[in-house]
Design a protein around this ligand. Structure first.
Ligand code: ATP
Ligand code: MG
Length: 411
């Protein structure tokens, strides 16, 4: 196969391939960008592989950075944007089912492509547009199949993260996992427990954000990979419910985790613990917990203005989307966002009454009662029982919120 035209991202990197080839080395575009180009999808990172050893690469360019020199990766900055170039290599000795003990630089493209995970990721592209396809990756791309390069049993035994990558690609590309590859994942699912949670987290979120997340999730259940993820063992039925959601399309990581916590029926403290076990970033945990409040409120006890006030536009959107995907409405996707935007205030600081006003004007003594009354005033403003105006609020407090005891003090 020969591509008539290279995407712009590749064109910018062509001088690098030209320089390497001019010096007698081989150089190709490799990895996900080749796969995505053939699929007609936008590409993000351009990876270049070359037969030149790292020191040989560095000798050919003026400005380079050793971004991963021990793995053979050098960033070349001579042509504006940096381009990462990696020497052909083989990997061996996966003692711990994750990282190779040894990386060996080699001169042949075939050896480099052999160590790659799936046939669709083992294509190389020459700068003249010719696609080098040693493992029938093009046929698999066409058929929509994820197939391990070589013996799948060996490949997942070497690096257990590849199993999560398989389900992630199945979701992102809406592809099937080939039969033997799938069987090997079932056999090796338990090895996932050897992999750092952060790396599983990354693949899981990308899987859930893929266009066929239902497929990825079903594969995780079917292969039992889910049983080796934090907090998911014993939750097959809950996960299946998510997988059967007709329009499963979380828009971001917060929605992914809110969706999972909602269907697992987790309490707020359990959600925090669950997400911490997944090594989720704190700001995501906080946002997911807020969104979860809205989703549960929508399902059970109704959404109040006070709840919306305690949230922000992003978490309201996330909570609404999760409730809607799960079949709990509201019909209008902007319903809660509109209510939120129409609230008279969006922050306690906007309240036209302070504790000091209460002490000075309503004769209250400093103490917990001040806070309690402010809270009541805030609720009254949020629910539009009273206008957010200083004088009106003082009067509202005097008429409605002071006990006889307090009032006697004002007299
Ligand atoms: P994307 O960047 O869209 O997530 P990608 O295929 O480019 O997809 P990367 O993680 O960027 O994935 O890896 C680049 C390439 O390196 C892959 O296409 C694959 O050839 C190879 N690769 C990455 N991770 C592994 C792995 N765990 N085992 C074997 N090969 C891998
Ligand atoms: Mg990539």
């Amino acid at each position: 196969m020969r591509l008539a035209q290279l995407p712009q991202e590749f064109v910018g990197a062509q001088p690098i391939l030209t320089t390497l080839e001019g010096a007698g080395y081989e150089a190709y575009f490799v990895g996900g960008s080749v796969r995505d180009t053939i699929l007609g999808k936008p590409i993000h990172d351009v990876d270049i592989a070359t037969s030149a050893y790292p020191e040989e690469v560095k000798a050919l360019f003026k400005r380079t950075v050793d971004t991963g020199i021990e793995h053979g990766t050098v960033m070349i900055l001579d042509h504006g944007t940096g381009y990462e170039t990696t020497t052909f290599r083989t990997e061996s000795g996966y003692q711990d089912y994750r990282r190779p003990d040894k990386v060996t630089f080699v001169r042949h493209l075939e050896d480099d492509l052999k160590r790659r995970d799936f046939t669709i990721n083992a294509l190389a592209l020459r700068q003249d547009g010719e696609v080098i396809d040693l493992f029938d990756g093009l046929a698999d791309l066409k058929a929509g199949v994820i197939r391990a390069v070589g013996d799948p049993e060996d490949r997942f035994g070497e690096d257990a993260l590849r199993m999560m990558r398989a389900v992630r690609f199945a979701s992102q590309l809406n592809f099937d996992i080939e039969t033997k590859t799938l069987a090997a994942i079932k056999d090796h699912a338990h090895l996932l427990s050897q992999i750092a949670v952060e790396r599983i987290h990354d693949e899981f979120v990308r899987m859930m954000l893929g266009t066929a997340a239902h497929r990825g999730l079903s594969l995780m259940i079917q292969t039992k990979l889910a049983d080796y993820c934090p907090g998911l063992v014993g939750h097959t039925i809950d996960l299946s419910t998510i997988a059967t959601v007709r329009q499963l399309a979380p828009a971001n990581e917060v929605e992914v985790w809110t969706m999972v916590a909602f269907h697992l029926g987790l309490s707020y403290p359990d959600t925090v613990e669950f997400l911490q076990a997944w090594k989720t970033a704190n700001h995501i945990i906080k946002a997911a917990n807020q969104a979860l409040h809205l989703a549960y409120a929508q399902q059970y006890h109704g959404v109040t203005k006070q709840l919306l006030f305690a949230m922000n536009a992003d978490t309201i959107e996330a909570g609404t989307n999760v409730a809607r995907m799960s079949g709990y409405g509201p019909d209008d996707p902007n319903k809660w966002l509109n209510v939120y935007q129409d609230l008279p205030i969006h922050d306690s600081h906007e309240l036209a009454l302070t504790g000091a006003d209460l002490i000075k004007r309503a004769g209250l003594k400093p103490g917990p009662e001040v806070g309690d009354i402010l809270q009541k005033v805030q609720n009254a403003v949020i629910t539009e029982k009273v206008a957010n105006d200083g004088e009106t609020l003082i009067k509202y407090v005097q008429d409605n919120l002071l006990t006889d005891d307090d009032s006697s003090k004002t007299k």
